[in-house]
Design a protein around this ligand. Structure first.
Ligand code: NAD
Length: 295
């Protein structure tokens, strides 16, 4: 089976590298030429546009920043659908809105192209290790066709429902991640300000009821080290909160916490931190309080 991969960023690059390591026949496309050259040197074939890539493969994986870019790559003038043959399958692993995915699946169906969503969790570390949690949404025969690829990329693969259902679960997960990260940053700043050692707080809380992924992965690997290279960018987390906030409005579910937390990420963007890891949400607080939470 010939595989195409579009979007070779913090997540897509290590995922594509795992497909190459598994001896897959891989063709890649990205607007960033230097990433294309790097993966080409490792054995990937390259395509100048998504349309050119679509002509050469059976399944196209997309791992792109947001819905606007997915739409351009799938349905733009040089997009996948402009060149797709019936029977092609699009596997979108980006984090986008469930309704958007259903719309793209309808467009694809008009060209007899299959479409499924399979967003992921586990960060760059999980992408590197091939242990991502994958939330698959789509017709069972389409998911079955893509499953061998998902098994190379992920550790746990959940089939969660019809097309768009994977994106819905991912949106809820990332709402919780955003809240947990902001709350953990705030709590640790308070602890440090009143004289607690970050290591003592980490040791106790990571085995207590205040534990979370934000504490274990993000405080430990980013904040304590003062290393804020992404990882998962604040800009992308803001985008995921927007998906949740919009869905809350459409569904008439008030989201008091999500709305406030989105403003915290917006504040970090305004401070120039959009391209840093979400753990940098602590920096505005550190600046305000004059304390740094480091080991
Ligand atoms: P990223 O910004 O690092 O990578 C995006 C890649 O897409 C870049 O290489 C960029 O050059 C490429 N790109 C942009 N526009 C393009 C276009 N028109 N055509 C071809 N390539 C294009 O983002 P990321 O962190 O890899 O995230 C990708 C997706 O995965 C996002 O939807 C994000 O929310 C989600 N996600 C990220 C993480 C994480 O920890 N970083 C974890 C889970 C899910």
């Amino acid at each position: 089976m010939k595989i195409g991969f579009i979007g070779l960023g913090n997540m897509g690059k290590p995922m594509a590298m795992n497909l190459l390591k598994a001896q897959c026949d891989l063709t890649i496309n990205d607007v960033n030429q230097s990433i294309m050259e790097e993966l080409s040197a490792m054995g990937a074939k390259t395509a100048a546009t998504p349309a050119e890539l679509a002509r050469k493969v059976d399944i196209v994986i997309t791992m792109l920043p947001n819905g606007n870019i997915v739409e351009q790559v799938v349905n733009g003038p040089q997009g996948i659908l402009a060149a797709a043959q019936p029977g092609l399958c699009i596997l979108d692993m980006s984090s986008v809105a469930p309704g958007f995915t259903r719309k793209m699946a309808d467009l694809a169906a008009k060209k007899q192209v299959d479409y499924m969503d399979a967003p992921v969790s586990g960060g760059v570390k999980g992408a590197d290790a091939g242990t991502l949690t994958i939330m698959a949404g789509g017709a069972s025969e389409v998911v079955a066709k893509c499953r061998p690829i998902l098994e190379i990329l992920g550790g746990k693969i959940y089939e969660v429902g019809a097309v768009g259902a994977g994106d819905a679960v991912k949106m809820i997960n990332n709402l919780l991640l955003a809240v947990n990260m902001a709350a953990t940053a705030e709590a640790f700043t308070l602890g440090a300000k009143i004289g607690l050692d970050p290591k003592v707080m980490f040791d106790v809380i990571s085995t207590s009821s205040g534990n979370s992924y934000a504490l274990e992965a993000k405080m430990q690997n980013f904040v304590f080290k003062g290393a804020f290279e992404p990882g998962f960018m604040i800009d992308l987390q803001y985008k995921d909160l927007e998906l949740a906030v919009q869905t809350g409005k459409e569904s008439k579910v008030p989201l008091m916490i999500a709305n406030v937390v989105q403003q915290l990420y917006g504040q970090a963007q305004a401070a120039g931190l959009g391209k840093e890891d979400i753990s940098a949400i602590i920096k505005p607080l550190e600046n305000l309080t004059g304390i740094q939470v480091r080991m």
